[in-house]
Design a protein around this ligand. Sequence first.
Ligand code: SF4
Length: 269
Amino acid sequence: MSRAATDAAAAREAFAAWVEEAGEGGRVFGQVLVRAPEPGLFSLRHVEEAGASGLKLHEDPREAREISKTTEGGEYRPLKSSPNLRRGWELRVSGAGDLLVAMNYLYPAGVVHWHLHREGRLEVTSYRENAARQSGIYKRVQRLSDGGVQDTARACCEDAVCLKKTLWDVDEDTPLGMDRGDGEVPCPEPCSVFVSLARRVRLFEREKKRDLDAIGLSPSEKEDLAALVEAAATGHVEFAREAEFEKPLNERRMRYRRLTLAPKLRPGA
Ligand code: SF4
């Protein structure tokens, strides 16, 4: 058996045991409440529906794939650890193997990472190591400043937008200065959504070096402000999709602006 297969088997058993040991209350993993009503039987549902009745019952662990795919509004979820898991379902599965299948759809690789992290064996990759491996249009993330990495992490990885616990740092000497989260699902390496936002932030950094107007605003900052005014004036703010960082009204892009643009507009506030 390969090392990965051995780790997956051990993670499967450890996770099932962890849930069974918890008793009636179960365990929370991301936004999923997992309970074992009897040994070897597992019930999964959205954590905010712990006592709900009338949920749609599923018994095939592979149905977790559809559950995790879209938000309640029907929007595709590019990042399964975003706190936008839909409600209204219950999944009942038997055996640690089916439990792992379901959890892997809900939080891909989450259980194996959880297990390796508990054992102190999870390999963590820093931002700089990850960036060094990027190529093509993502190669430019190698030039993102340390401050840019920090702001991108605060905008992209805090619990308000991602429930994973961020374990990686900028590099081995530069820790991330953010709230890393309290959840059970570890994040050992910047994900593709993060790298995509980092690429956009690098574009913003370049713009700031050459295109500032008389009051110190860059073209994209003005574009974002205009889009916000327009949306507020119509009384209808339609946010961009989760990973559409090229659009002004993207939540993570706005979180980045809160860190970098808001202080410029209200100095001393
Ligand atoms: S890099 Fe950030 S956004 Fe991506 S999974 Fe990790 S914590 Fe979440």
